[in-house]
Design a protein around this ligand. Structure first.
Ligand code: NAD
Length: 484
């Protein structure tokens, strides 16, 4: 195994570490200081990576399912051995507290393991009689480009890497330029396990994603990121009719019924709203609490969040609950939400518009009580630590309000009455609903977005299929004799 220098980063092309003529660097969100240099892939790097994948695909796609799984398990072991350093890297690049960074690495390990333990995708016999055997097999698509966001850089990439590889595809991962480090380091650490070209990782500037989407030799784009970028990707992929999976943004509603105990549920809803400083695609971004318990629930939620330590994270201190938001662009977006609520005289029961700090991207959490349904804080995806909490009275009315959005990624329902909770959940237009829990995605659970939250989905056993193309064979047992 190569010795790992966690302060030096390379693109991984054709099994080799590749530096570059041009470099850029991430910014530590806890200090606003530059992190390590990271190469920007040139066009020649991209061409070489694609050629290397093309060369590798023929034999990798025919390697047995079991031996591909064996390699995923080896990759899992390498990641486990480097867990502490990877977690520190995540804290540095994303700004998340160290214990949450550990959680992300553990989840990434779980994704490798889940895919490494899935039974093979068997040939399906559709019909088998005297004359005809009709079968369907799942074949790998080819070269997958995995385009990833900055909020959970390692685990979201791993869902794509593990499923692509086990199904026999070659995968080229493009991390977000805001957070390139953990993915490049993981690719470097496990490179010796895979044949050259099977698993590559390249960092680039703003033009690299578009180039992947238009390249004729990339067969599939698996994208996680914003709805706005998802639309651009779908449009760019039309020219070569690529297979596309889009996991996009959402404005998820959490509905709290009057029969719950606010003392138990409000602290958990607070975690679901503010986890990772609100930078979680499935976070509860709108909270609807029944009027009978509204005041008590809000008071407990506010009290819970007030107790949390909100601080810079880069000294790896334990016990911080919320770190900074990840980058300047996101900081500016989140501030706009604060400013809009302040100018609308919304009732901030916690927090206020942050003064721009020259030292970090910390935004103290805010809770806004009962802003109008049409206000930005309710209709928009802040993707940051500001959460509106609204009152509801009637079940049909709250379901209508929850669904009154162009997106449909996640949602949560809280009730002691599981029949009622399920009835409400069934009417929410979203790909995933949690009942009596805040939002905890799992590798075995398929994730997909309704409406403008996505196209297709990934994860779970069903998620393997999105990295495959079916082939149906009509096998007539003898040529049909045409009567003379
Ligand atoms: P983003 O869309 O700005 O960027 C994501 C990736 O796309 C980056 O690697 C970026 O370099 C690349 N990219 C940007 N423009 C591109 C283009 N024209 N063509 C190809 N690639 C391009 O998203 P972000 O700001 O990194 O992430 C935050 C968003 O992601 C939020 O909306 C969040 O809800 C969403 N998200 C969704 C999920 C999910 O599973 N549905 C998970 C995490 C985040």
């Amino acid at each position: 195994m190569p010795s790992a220098d966690f302060e030096r980063f390379s693109n991984i092309i054709g099994g080799q570490l590749r530096r570059g003529q041009q470099v850029h660097h991430g910014i530590d969100p806890s200090t606003r200081k530059p992190l390590w240099d990271v190469p920007i892939a040139a066009q020649s790097d991209l061409d070489e990576a694609i050629l290397s994948s093309k060369n590798a695909f023929a034999s990798w796609s025919r390697t047995s399912w079991e031996s591909r799984q064996e390699k995923l398990l080896q990759a899992r072991d390498v990641l486990s051995e480097n867990k502490a350093k990877m977690a520190e890297l995540l804290t540095k690049e994303v700004g998340k507290p160290i214990q949450l960074a550990h959680l992300e690495v553990e989840h990434a390990i779980n994704f490798l393991e889940f895919n490494a333990k899935q039974p093979p995708l068997e040939e399906k016999v559709i019909q088998d009689d005297d004359g005809l055997k009709l079968t369907m097999v799942q074949k790998p698509i080819g070269i997958v480009a995995a385009i990833c966001p900055w909020n959970f850089p390692l685990v979201l990439a791993m869902g794509k890497i593990a499923a692509s590889l086990v199904t026999g595809n070659c995968v080229i991962v493009k991390p977000s330029p805001f957070t390139p480090y953990s993915v490049l380091k993981f690719a470097e650490l496990v490179q010796h396990i895979f044949p050259p070209g099977v698993f590559q990782a390249i960092n680039g500037g703003d033009d690299l994603g578009p180039r992947l989407c238009t390249h004729p030799d990339i067969d599939k784009i698996s994208f996680t990121g914003s709805t706005a970028t998802g639309k651009k990707i779908m449009s760019a992929c039309a020219a070569t009719l690529k297979n596309v999976t889009l996991e996009l943004g959402g404005n998820n509603a959490s509905i709290i019924c009057p029969d719950v105990d606010p003392k138990i549920v409000a602290p958990q809803v607070a975690v679901g709203s503010f986890f990772n400083s609100g930078q979680l695609c499935v976070a509860s971004k709108r909270v609807y609490v029944h009027e009978d318990i509204y005041d008590e629930f809000l008071a407990v939620m506010v009290e819970t969040v007030k107790q949390w330590k909100v601080e810079p994270t880069s000294d790896m201190q334990q016990g911080i609950m919320l770190g900074p938001v990840q980058n300047q662009m996101q900081y500016d977006i989140v501030r706009k939400f604060f400013l809009d609520s302040a100018s609308g005289n919304h009732n901030f029961v916690l927090g206020s518009t942050p003064e721009e700090s020259p030292e970090n991207f910390i935004v103290k959490p805010a809770i806004v009580s009962n802003p109008p349904d049409e206000s930005l804080v309710v209709t928009g995806e802040a993707f940051g630590p500001i959460v509106p909490v609204m009152k509801w009275k009637d079940e049909d009315e709250v379901i209508r309000r929850a669904n009154d959005t162009l997106t449909g990624l996640g949602g949560a329902v809280w009730s002691d009455d599981l029949v009622r909770a399920r009835r409400i959940a069934d009417q929410i237009e979203a790909g995933t609903i949690w009942i009596n829990s805040f939002e905890k995605p799992l590798p075995q659970a398929h994730l997909s977005g309704y409406k403008q939250s996505g196209v297709g989905g990934e994860w779970g056993r069903e998620g393997l299929m999105v990295y495959c193309k079916p082939q149906v064979v009509h096998c007539y047992k003898a040529p049909v004799v045409v009567p003379k």
